[in-house]
Design a binder for this molecule. Structure first.
Ligand code: 3HC
Ligand code: NAI
Length: 700
């Protein structure tokens, strides 16, 4: 069946797009729309409607075509054909009219929408700008500032707001096709003019002096390191300064510049990575999924409370079990405080916060968990304690309940073995703060059933998390890799760097925070306590942890004690360098016989990031992760890795595996094989001159 059909009904030419799942503007859709408009030029229709079948109006250009040779007709050609039509063309939108979809509507002469529709230009999230005239037409309709806010945030707006902004002319509550046809007839009956957005001019004198400079300064601060917002500002400025056709040409030029950038390639990679990570290789499509209508959480501490909020936010009642009233109250208070902050920020109404809080109850009695569909254990990180709890859950919970652990490191197989139903046991590893971080590492133990796994993946979507599947190993995907990143930051520090240099270098690379600042935020005592449970051999060489231990022993636990790698102003939490830290660093280096040297920023970035990459590739070799892009999902959604770099695996491909391999070999020659043994798969792919993406495609 054709993806675009055209027919005349009651004197209205109706162009219907039917290209599931989201009616993206593939070459077939573009061709179909253009040909239909050309047909309408000479037929008996009096006006033309563009509508879409399925769940949404056109949701944008077809992202799978990006990076490939362009295919005619281009979107600008199609839109020019629509705009030039001598009969009014009306877009009728439902679902999400995004990117090229909204731009198609903006090239029409009139626009109507269902009240439930959302419209937006999310291209910036793909490292792009609207390349179908969006940067020229939106400011002509909404004014420059609203246009900039909409295009640079990339966030869609509801139809009612779009109406107020001037992007939409008419809204209906239901029966889109019928109402849109009536609207089209009304327009032709009253001989409504062919309203072309291009004919509007923006009066330059309406823009305050210095407006664009100020906007650019704010944007540079807010969207650190990103190219697309900068190019968007240039395009919108062109909408003011240049005639339409020159503005469109400028938009095209800056769009193509972004399309060929590594930032956009990375963000497009992340778009598909996020959607692929929920797919489990080999899991039959018809695997049944259990209903999760009630949840129990054991342990209402830092993680338990945050995890509970995710379920309450999705309307699922959740009961937290604690050891005593005091601990329970503490947990409930943290939940209440977190909701309070969200309300204060204006992101949630007081009423909604109250109803969500009402879904979270507390108990000290295991019997209250016996009918729950899912239990998530989030008690202290202690294997014996977790095993005891799972044995107890096994004796109490109803048949078929899913028993999950939020453990960061412990062996989920051993935890499962403490029950008589290991097939129902799984790891659901949330990230802190659990109500904010979008990653959910789903840990598949040896005996976890397909049904439990499929349910966990579906549940992640329901609670708005991005799942990534891991097999069992120490630290799973994320924390296992992070140890090597942490090791290198400690080594750079002791060998010659400072906390400021390391953090600045990593922030310039794009990390949300550098490793020393992250340590201070999380609390340096966490790592200290974890090391206490290890043998000397497990801990590794003192140079990899002695500085951190010394700071903890001095009472410098990080932000919570006002000092760690930095000192913190108690009022503002602003960090300040502290010479005492460098005294510690220099003394520990001297005690351990290390002569400090000058280390440059690039070495810091390479050592920290290549350590992540090497371990990530070992994780792939071992089958712990299903695919490289899942590792990227873990790092972007769980560890603040910059999405515009695309995660460590995509970054490795961008740098080139041969270069990564050669650099790791140089590190091995300098620092020894114990730290820098190149992954065998890295060596193989480097020799074959292949990328991880090519390797993944072969495995699929
Ligand atoms: N091109 C190609 N495939 C797309 C696509 C697009 N624009 N948008 C979504 N898809 C695919 C997804 O990859 C997914 O495929 P899969 O089922 O094989 O994994 C499928 O459609 C369904 O997508 P979601 O799982 O995301 O479905 P949701 O219902 O949750 O969300 C959506 C729907 C809101 C439309 C969301 O998919 C979305 O935000 N899509 C991207 C929209 C976008 O960025 N548009 C701008 C594109 S760039 C552009 O238009 C340039 C122009 O200015 C020139
Ligand atoms: P926490 O110390 O803040 O909270 C643990 C809670 O469990 C406490 O409130 C305690 O009273 C309760 N508890 C202890 N024994 C219990 C029992 N027998 N029955 C019921 N409740 C009990 O710890 P946190 O940080 O919340 O960690 C919990 C788990 O989550 C650990 O396994 C940890 O590794 C994991 N995790 C922690 C992350 C973090 O950043 N804090 C991130 C991801 C996972």
């Amino acid at each position: 069946m054709s993806v675009v059909t055209y027919e005349i009904k009651d004197e209205i030419g109706i162009i219907s797009v039917n290209y599931p799942p989201v009616n993206a503007l593939s070459v077939h859709v573009r061709t179909g729309i253009k040909e239909s408009i050309e047909t309408a030029r000479t037929d008996a229709s009096r006006a033309v409607l563009i509508v879409c079948d399925g769940r949404t109006f056109i949701a944008g250009a077809d992202i799978t075509e990006f990076g490939k040779p362009p295919m005619s007709p281009s979107l600008p050609e199609v839109l020019a054909t629509i705009e030039k039509s001598q009969k009014p063309v009306i877009a009728a939108m439902h679902g999400t009219a995004l990117g090229g979809g909204l731009e198609t509507a903006l090239a029409c002469h009139y626009r109507c929408a269902l009240s439930s529709a959302m419209v937006g230009l999310p291209e910036v999230k793909l490292g792009l700008l609207p390349g179908g005239g969006g940067t020229q037409r939106v400011p002509r309709l909404t004014g420059v500032e609203s246009a900039l806010n909409m295009i640079i945030s990339g966030n869609p707006v509801p139809a009612a707001q779009a109406l107020e902004m001037g992007l939409v002319d008419r809204i209906f509550d239901d029966n889109l096709l019928q109402n849109a046809m009536a609207y089209a007839k009304e327009l032709v009956d009253k001989n409504a003019p062919l309203r072309r957005v291009r004919d509007i001019t923006i009066e330059p004198s309406s823009i305050p002096d210095g407006f664009f400079e100020n906007y650019r300064t704010q944007t540079t601060k807010r969207y650190r390191g990103l190219l697309a917002p900068q190019n968007i500002i240039s395009c919108v400025q062109a909408a003011v300064d240049l005639p339409m056709d020159e503005g469109l040409a400028r938009e095209r030029e800056l769009f193509m510049e972004l399309m060929t950038s590594t930032q956009s390639a990375a963000l497009r990679h992340m778009f598909f990575a996020e959607r692929t990570s929920a797919k489990v290789n080999g899991l039959p499509k018809d695997t049944p999924v259990k209903q999760i209508l009630s949840v129990g959480i054991i342990g209402g501490g830092t993680m338990g409370g945050g995890i509970a909020m995710n379920f309450a936010n999705a309307g699922i009642p959740v009961c937290i079990l604690e050891v005593n009233e005091e601990a329970l109250q503490r947990g409930m208070d943290i939940v209440a405080k977190n909701y309070g902050i969200t309300v204060k920020k204006g992101k949630l109404s007081e009423k909604a916060a109250q109803s969500r809080k009402a879904l979270i109850t507390g108990t000290l009695d295991y019997n209250d968990l016996k009918d729950k569909d899912l239990i998530i254990e989030a008690v202290f990180e202690n294997l014996e304690l977790k095993k005891q709890i799972f044995a107890k859950l096994d004796s109490i919970c109803k048949k078929g309940a899913i028993l999950a652990t939020n453990t960061s490191y412990q062996d989920v197989n051993q935890i499962a073995a403490s029950t008589k139903r290991p097939e129902d046991v799984i790891g659901l590893h949330f990230f802190s703060p659990a109500n904010v971080m979008r990653l959910l590492e789903v840990v598949r133990a040896d005996k976890t059933s397909d049904e439990v796994l499929a349910t966990a993946m579906a549940l992640a979507k329901k609670i708005k998390k991005v799942p990534a599947l891991s097999r069992v190993c120490y630290g799973f995907i994320g924390n296992r890799m992070l140890r090597f990143y942490g090791r290198e930051s400690q080594l750079c520090l002791i060998e010659g760097s400072t906390p400021e240099q390391i953090d600045n270098a990593m922030q310039s690379f794009g990390m949300a925070m550098g490793p020393c600042a992250v340590g201070d935020l999380a609390g340096l005592d966490i790592g200290y306590k974890a090391r206490e449970a290890l043998t000397d051999e497990q801990k590794g060489e003192p140079k990899t942890y002695r500085i951190a231990d010394t700071l903890v022993e001095m009472g410098r636990l990080g932000q919570k004690t006002g000092a760690g790698y930095y000192t913190y102003d108690p009022a503002t939490r602003q960090r300040v360098s502290d010479p005492k830290v460098m005294e510690v660093v220099e003394k520990v280096a001297k005690d351990l016989g290390i002569t400090r040297r000058k280390i440059d920023d690039q070495e810091i970035v390479n050592r920290l990031i290549f350590a992540l990459i090497n371990e990530g590739i070992k994780i792939l070799e071992e089958g712990i992760a299903q695919r490289p892009s899942d590792i990227d999902v873990v790092y972007v959604f769980g560890y603040g890795f910059p999405a515009y770099v695309g995660g460590p695996m995509h970054y490795a491909d961008t740098v080139g595996l041969k270069k990564v391999y050669d650099t790791i070999c140089t590190f091995r020659d300098q620092h020894g094989e114990a730290y820098w043994k190149p992954a065998a798969l890295l060596e193989k792919l480097a020799r074959e001159n292949k990328t991880l993406e090519q390797w993944a495609a072969q495995q699929a």
